[in-house]
Each structure stands twice: as structure tokens, then as C-alpha cells.
Design a protein around this ligand. Structure first.
Ligand code: PLP
Length: 263
């Protein structure tokens, strides 16, 4: 039987903690087949992001058209976009092709402080991309930046999720791994149903790529036919195991460990 196909549209991190090459590891670990479209190159290591080089919108558009014309894609994950041009090309693609599951991870700024989407790109993400996604997965900082409100508590998460629904996205998961008591908040069907996933804090410096691992695992679980709440629960368990199994790589903030079967 052919494996479910997951398309990752994301940036390239040469240290493979985040971005396309990390996503391919997560997709393989879930027994899915990964297609990729690179939106931007970065120069980075575990010590931080030094440079972002956007890929042209034309290349992105033709890559996506080529892949979608050839393969039946079960789920799409969108990560770092880099530029407004990339955000526009991805929006145009999603407007024409409709997919069962589109997971949008709104990557804005790296933990080392580098901007991974231009201000103009953020506007395109808010006004054009959010309404084309089936689920968006901001962390608390990204939710705060997109909604313009501070997000520190469960109540703040609830408010931010409602604001994100107003941009047209039906399902929102705000990941709160950085909170003192870690908790992920899922708001489904434009806020009609909500669910809180609590967990224990894992003490590790190897957290680079946590957001990519979560959103890609979620896309894989949806591609395999899980309903949204169980797909979120499994993706959370995958990230927990990835944090616990992180290899010691590099001198800085190392990658999460994504190379294992989650099931
Ligand atoms: N580089 C790429 C290509 C990414 O996709 C991301 C996050 O999604 C990052 C860097 C930043 O990762 P972190 O915030 O873990 O440093």
C-alpha cells in the first residue's frame, strides 16, 4: 500500500533541527512519504540564524504546481515562508488546489531573534493564508504577535484563539510549552469546541525545531485519518518523546530528536 503523502512547504535549515530537512525526518518517522517545497534558504547552525535568502515566488509556484499535478497529497504543512512573495505564491496555490488538511505553523521569529517572515509577509499570512488553512499552530509568542494581545494565561489563549478564528481559520492550536505549567489549547469549529492538553515541563536545551516537529507530526496524523483532537494529542506525545530523545549536537541550542517511529 502507498503511504500517505505529506507536503512540507518550509525553509531550509542546514543544521536540520528545523525546516524542511527536519520535517522529512518527522514525516519518515510517521511512516508517511514527504514532498517538499523550499521557501527560503537560511545560513544557521545550533548557534543561531545568520542569514535568510528567499526563494523566488515563481520557483515556489512551479514546484507546487509540479508536485500537485503528479501526486495525491493527503496533507500539507506550511512552516517558515521568509518573504511576502513566498506567502503570496503559497496562498495562490492553496486557493486553486483544495486539500483535506492544511496545517499552518506561523513561523515569525527564530529563538535566536532572527526575523523569518518579513512584515509584509505577516500581513499576507494574516489576510490571505489563515483563511486557507484548516488548522494553525502558533506558539504563545506567535499567537501574541498575530493577535496583538499578550498571551500568558489560559484565558489569554482563549482570547487569542477567538481572534485567530476571526481571520477565517476554523481550528487553532496554541502551543504553550514555554509556560510555567505547559499546556496546549485547541479551539475547534471556530471556537465551538475547546480542549486543553496539559503536560510536564521537560528540562532540556535541545528545543530547536519543536514547532516544526509538532506541526509536521500533526499533518502526518491528519494524513493518516486521525480526527483533529487525537491528531493533536499524538503530535504532542511525539514532541515530548523527541525532546526526551534529543541527541547532543552542536555548541548551541540543539535539535529535538525526530528519528524514531511514533507508533
Ligand atoms: N529555521 C527554519 C528554517 C525554521 O523553520 C525555524 C522554525 O520553524 C527556525 C529556523 C527557528 O527555529 P527555532 O525557533 O527553534 O530556533
Amino acid at each position: 500500500m502507498a503511504p500517505p503523502i505529506v507536503l512540507s512547504i518550509a525553509g531550509y535549515d542546514p543544521s536540520s533541527g528545523a525546516g524542511i530537512t527536519a520535517d522529512i525526518k518527522t514525516i519518515a518517522a510517521h511512516g508517511c512519504y514527504g514532498l517538499t517545497c523550499i521557501t527560503a534558504l537560511t545560513v544557521q547552525s545550533t548557534l543561531g540564524v545568520r542569514r535568510v535568502v528567499p526563494v523566488s515566488g515563481k520557483i515556489i509556484a512551479s514546484t507546487l504546481k509540479e508536485l500537485a499535478g503528479d501526486c495525491d497529497i493527503d496533507a500539507v504543512k506550511i512552516g517558515m515562508l521568509g518573504s511576502a512573495e513566498a506567502a503570496r505564491a503559497v496562498s495562490a496555490f492553496l486557493k486553486v488546489r483544495r486539500f483535506k488538511a492544511v496545517v499552518l505553523d506561523p513561523v515569525l521569529i527564530s529563538s535566536s531573534g532572527a526575523r523569518l517572515l518579513t512584515r509584509e509577509g505577516v500581513q499576507i499570512l494574516k489576510t490571505k493564508l489563515l483563511k486557507l488553512a484548516s488548522v494553525v499552530t502558533p506558539n504563545i509568542d506567535e499567537a501574541a504577535a498575530l493577535c496583538g494581545v499578550p498571551v500568558h494565561t489560559l484565558n489569554d489563549m482563549r482570547t487569542a484563539a477567538l481572534r485567530l478564528h476571526q481571520f477565517g481559520v476554523p481550528n487553532v492550536v496554541i502551543t504553550g510549552g514555554h509556560l510555567n505549567s505547559p499546556a496546549d489549547f485547541l479551539s475547534m469549529d471556530s471556537g465551538a469546541q475547546t480542549k486543553l492538553f496539559t503536560g510536564k515541563k521537560i528540562s532540556t536545551r535541545s528545543t530547536h525545531g519543536t514547532g516544526c516537529a509538532f506541526s509536521t507530526a500533526l499533518a502526518c496524523n491528519l494524513a493518516q485519518g486521525q480526527d483533529l483532537a487525537s491528531a493533536v494529542k499524538s503530535a504532542k506525545e511525539y514532541v515530548r518523546a523527541a525532546l526526551k530523545s534529543a541527541p547532543k549536537i552542536g555548541k548551541g541550542k540543539g535539535p529535538v530528536g525526530t528519528v524514531f517511529r511514533s507508533t
